[in-house]
Write a protein that binds this ligand. Structure first.
Ligand code: GLU
Length: 432
């Protein structure tokens, strides 16, 4: 890597480039390049061995001009205020590009959840809510799962909030478990959404999806359903996936001649995204170094792990066959890698467009919570497909009209929608 990547600097750099192209008023740019509110707090948890441990928690609310702040909570050992700021900022753009009436937020706790017992995880989740409950709510800020957090955790958090306010309030968290206020289709949503955009990109580039090969980084929730969708919806082959092995504390790439079987790998992956290496090898899978995924002869790369992995170093190993990079993760591509994609005419489906399926289905979940009326899975996925397809074409049109890279076009669409909402609410006149 060319030096450590600060995700927030990256998010600001991307924004600044487009703000300049759009001739955005410098004052408005200053509002949007920083979050509106930030919370940093300490969460004490009584551990199972009787000791008291204190965890660092965060919530950042980037912009709520278009509606309540929305975005996940990550449990990650390398979380910082800056990673949360970046991710909150990208959520504002994501909700705007998907055209759902929500703003941007993100939260986190510095922790490796796989080191906690179930009881400790529950305590930590409830502790996060006890610190934040006055500043979240269905009309204010609605968190959801992300890296290291699960539907069960959202269930505990929703319960804690409901107890504190004295009222069952399912719409305060989304990504809840089925039967506990969750929506059908939410589990598949982000990965399938990635595939809907890949399908549209392939049509645009006149590629035959049944002859296409994908290489996927990661095997968490997004990668799992992107792999299934690539095989089942597009009829393509997934050459490999990678995963972070929490036992070995490093990543590995898993491949199989003729393509991986995502359902088999799903049956041997744990809740933290670690594939059982012995079982995979027994089933004929080849296991290589974690970075090997990017070297595969593939038409589509789907980075679906965490930020900064597609960078100046890793793209040197990329196959010249790659035509599409579909960003399942948030912020996987550094500005240096973007320059390379631009120069080599590689079609980019930027993160906050590509992975907007999760938050779009979260929006559907909160609508169902409000109505207390739940939709069948087909209906959720059909509505999701419509939203993703229309978001993709909105950005593609902008990219063609302005002659700009897809990421810049996505920023143009998103920024103009957020600025318009701020204007309509009177935030830019100085009286608000
Ligand atoms: N964490 C997901 C994201 O980054 C989903 C957020 C949500 O559902 O609010 O988009």
């Amino acid at each position: 890597m060319s030096g450590p990547i600060n995700a927030f600097e990256m998010a600001q750099k991307q924004f600044d480039g487009v703000a300049k192209q759009l001739n955005l008023d410098p004052g408005i740019a200053e509002v949007l390049r920083w979050p509106m509110r930030e919370y940093s707090f300490r969460i004490p948890v009584r551990m199972d061995d009787g000791s008291l441990r204190v965890f660092q928690g965060y919530r950042v609310q980037h912009n709520d001009a278009r509606g309540p702040n929305k975005g996940g909570i990550r449990f990650h050992p390398a979380e910082t205020m800056d990673t949360v700021r970046a991710l909150a900022t990208w959520m504002t753009w994501k909700c705007a590009v998907a055209d759902i009436p929500l703003g941007g937020g993100k939260g986190g706790i510095i922790v490796d959840p796989s080191t906690l017992t179930v009881n400790e995880k529950e305590e930590l989740c409830r502790g996060w809510v006890r610190s934040m409950w006055k500043n979240i709510g269905p009309r204010n800020d609605v968190p959801a799962p992300d890296v290291g957090t699960t539907p069960q955790m959202m269930g505990w958090m929703m319960d804690e909030y409901s107890r504190l306010v004295g009222q069952y309030t399912p719409g305060v968290f989304t990504g809840k478990p089925l039967g506990g206020g969750g929506s059908l289709g939410r589990t598949e949503a982000t990965g399938y959404g990635v595939i809907y955009t890949v399908r549209e990109a392939m049509k645009h580039l006149k590629m035959d999806s049944t002859k296409s090969v994908a290489a996927i980084e990661g095997f968490g929730n997004v990668a799992q359903y992107a792999a299934i969708g690539f095989v089942e919806m597009l009829g393509g082959t997934v050459a490999c996936v990678s995963c972070y092995d929490r036992h070995a504390k490093k990543s590995f790439t898993y491949s199989k001649v003729g393509g991986i079987d995502p359902h088999f790998l799903l049956s041997i992956v744990d809740e933290y995204g670690t594939i059982d290496q012995a079982k995979a090898e027994k089933a004929g899978y080849k296991v290589e170094d974690g970075d090997a995924w990017i070297t595969y002869e593939a038409d589509v790369l789907i980075p679906a792990a965490i930020e900064g992995h597609v960078n100046a170093d890793t793209i040197k190993k990329m196959s010249s066959r790659v035509k599409i990079v579909a960003e399942g993760a948030n912020g996987p591509t550094t500005p240096e890698a973007d320059d390379f994609f631009k120069a080599n005419k590689i079609f980019n489906i930027p993160d906050f467009l590509c992975n907007a399926g999760g938050v779009t289905t979260s929006y559907f979940e909160s609508v169902q919570n409000d109505m207390n009326f739940y939709w069948p899975k087909d209906e959720v996925l059909q509505k999701l497909d419509q939203k993703m397809t229309s978001a993709f074409h909105g950005v593609l049109e902008m990219s063609e009209k302005e002659g700009v890279y897809m990421r810049d076009a996505a920023y143009m669409v998103a920024i103009s929608r957020v600025v318009k909402a701020m204007e309509l609410r009177g935030w830019l006149t100085g009286n608000a």
